[in-house]
Design a protein around this ligand. Structure first.
Ligand SMILES: [Zn+2]
Ligand SMILES: [Zn+2]
Length: 173
């Protein structure tokens, strides 16, 4: 496997404004950790497709990748494995006052591919990494997996209302 890119010098494509370039490369998202849980990326690096375009004052980049990720299900914490798909865009226009036009991953001609791939995966994990699409998650009261029980039967008595307790005391007097 080709060695993964951490950052890319966009200037080497010598694009004129309006021109674009497609690049198929390996991205290294680094270690993924979320809420104290660690997630591993199969193969460590991920094939990524970048569509670079030179704008009048900077760059616009689209990144697409699919990473095979294993870790615990975001809903029930059981072991899960999923192909997490990313389709993200960044625009960088140096000197712009508009936050939307400043990318944290592009600094001049340098694209920080590792950080971008890492952050995009971390954002996508909570939605995409589930043990199965219809995972019901954990009971908010007792923590039991709702995949293992019949939700119609798994109920908890509502907390007794303290006002009723007071009423009962009154009746006893
Ligand atoms: Zn689950
Ligand atoms: Zn419960």
């Amino acid at each position: 496997m080709a060695s993964a890119y951490h950052s890319i010098d966009l200037a080497r494509f010598a694009l004129a404004p309006g021109e674009g370039h497609r690049l198929d490369i390996e991205a290294d998202p680094g270690p993924l950790e979320l809420g104290g849980q660690r997630y591993s990326v199969a193969g460590d690096s991920v094939p990524a497709r970048l569509d670079l375009s030179r704008t009048a004052a900077g760059y616009a980049v689209r990144m697409r990748l699919t990473a095979q990720i294993s870790g615990s299900c975001m809903r029930c914490l059981e072991a899960a494995e999923a192909a997490v798909e990313i389709d993200a865009r960044e625009v960088d226009q140096p000197g712009s006052e508009d936050e939307e036009l400043r990318s944290p991953y592009i600094d001049g001609d340098e694209l920080d591919l590792s950080s971008w791939a890492h952050d995009a995966l971390a954002l996508a994990l909570p939605i995409q990494l589930v043990c199965r699409p219809d995972c019901k998650g954990l009971c908010a009261v007792c923590g039991a997996s709702l995949n293992d029980v019949d939700p119609a039967e798994h109920r908890h008595d509502p907390e007794p209302d303290p006002r009723w307790a007071k009423l009962r005391e009154l009746k006893l007097e």
